[in-house]
Design a protein around this ligand. Sequence first.
Ligand code: SAM
Length: 299
Amino acid sequence: MLSYRHSFHAGNAADVLKHMVFAWCAGYLTKKEKPLLCVDTHAGAGLYKLGGQNREWEGGFGRLKAAASGGRRIPAMAAFYLELAAASEGLYPGSPVIAAKLLRPRDRLVCFELHPADYELLKENLERLKLPGSGKGAPGIESLKADGPASLKSLLPPPSRRGLILVDPSWEEKNEFQTIPAALAEALRRFPQGTYIIWYPLLLMPKDTIKDAPEAEHSETLPETLLKLFPAGNCCIEFHTAPRSSAAFFPHTGTSPRGMYGSGLVVYNPPWTLKAALEEALPFLAEVLGSGDWRLEWK
Ligand code: SAM
């Protein structure tokens, strides 16, 4: 239970795609006057030092930064994300810090983190962060040591009826394959107008992996389960970092014991600008970071 530490993975290709999409949605939703509620159900520590035992970032953020400094034209979505990341004093910003940088003092950010050490780091990192115009501290930001998916419903619907919800579990606990869709179904019942972003891993089936991975079987049907929860307006983005048939995942770290060959995002009520931004960014990302395969389905 709670063995996962995001510091070993921060800035990898999956993080780059997720953070890019999350930042783009937050940027779009903060263009309107009305206050926004942003909820990060699995916040992590907020800021990460890259290097040390984390080599995965070299195949993600590292490659993207190298491509950008090589003078080539960068898609708008990647440029927006790189600009945010560059403003983090040499540390890599996780989702709560990305949100805090984009939200305005009238918005509210609620971050959940259960890991005791990561929760302390999150609190510290968010307290140090000053929102533009807020003067001191970070009003409008709360970090809670509580179960994010279970607590989500208590925040919905927000009074302004405007919300961005990031659901970013590691999907290492078997019961998450039931509890998270159930929490999302309840959240959508209360607040169907919100924009929701849900991250999931693409895992090889157990027969293909070097180690038994029972969660792989559940992960096969997960995107479909998530899309069925809100067929009214959604999109599904998948990005491969290795060919599905390959055993060499994350070439910079050796083989991933989880057999992860990529990752995906399901977005409910995606901003209309996201489609064109992704169509421009995904081929570029595939060339710079991945094995070349990506998928975008839009409803
Ligand atoms: N969203 C972060 C980012 O993009 O920077 C990364 C989050 S990491 C993938 C998942 C985090 O969720 C871990 O730090 C883990 O301790 C935490 N976690 C796991 N189960 C949780 C739960 N039920 N409620 C809140 N946090 C949880």
